[in-house]
Design a protein around this ligand. Sequence first.
Ligand SMILES: [Fe+2]
Ligand SMILES: [Fe+2]
Length: 326
Amino acid sequence: MSLSGTRIEVMRYVGETIDASIDQFLKPIENYWQPADLLPDTTKESFLDEVKLLRESCRELSYDYIAVLVGDTITEEALPTYESWLMDMEGIDQGNPNSSWTRWIRSWTAEENRHGDLLNKFLYLSGRVNMHAMEVSTQYLISDGFDIGTSRDPYRNFVYTSFQELATNISHRRTATLAKQAGCNQLSKICGVIASDEMRHHKAYKEFVNKIFEVDPSEMMLALEDMMRKKIVMPAHFLRETGVKLGETFAHFSDAAQRLGVYTTMDYIEIAESLLLDWKIESIGDLNDKAQRARDYLMALPARLRRVADRTKIPALEYPFSWIAA
Ligand SMILES: [Fe+2]
Ligand SMILES: [Fe+2]
């Protein structure tokens, strides 16, 4: 089947087909975790002792590790930017609260909202973070917004979210492993449960793109090509601190993540590769000439990125983040 109409028609059609399957990508609120389940209980007599243990368990976490965890937390805390962005996509009618798309965006936001909440509370208790400096960065980031190159196009946005959800799954998984190695099991569990949410979200967005490929393959291919040509920027790419230029703190955060191996250039390439594979880009039919050329570009992209990646150097110097407690 093919739909030759506008994005809005395609979104209406795909919205109807995903209605039944949205729930498989979400967890029931009542039975799933909340941040409080993974943190010391303030109503308990043992609260202060548990906090003491938590602080001790954080002592061995490295400088770069804390910096990366703060950057991850701020990225999660900028959720208002992401929700308002998605709600504004072409084909989304926020005035219709029962449509599958608005239901998905609200439920996704509700799940995501726990990530920043949980990480923020943990960092607050850890004693390793200058919370005021971190909160300044969070307020700046939400205030600065982002520029992810998708405009209001749902096709480009779903490429972006498919990519990003996998990127966050990888980075939270790695911070979980590193926390365990440093003897911080509670933090490891926290990062692990967040990572598993990100994987479900990744699968959902990937499925939305699959459905669009079924009905509008050429336009979907061109949208994917456009996003990959521009490169997928991180949602916190405008990250800054007091007295630091827009985006400059992000570069240092990204260097720290590379040094730690939490999120690297190779991960970027592997995510791109896995998306091409999962969306079966090589064998998608019914493409117009332009979309066929876009496919050729995409299929050759991972090898090209690998050649460039070999030449990229990661700065060895630690940068003095204002976020880290002295
Ligand atoms: Fe998240
Ligand atoms: Fe996410």
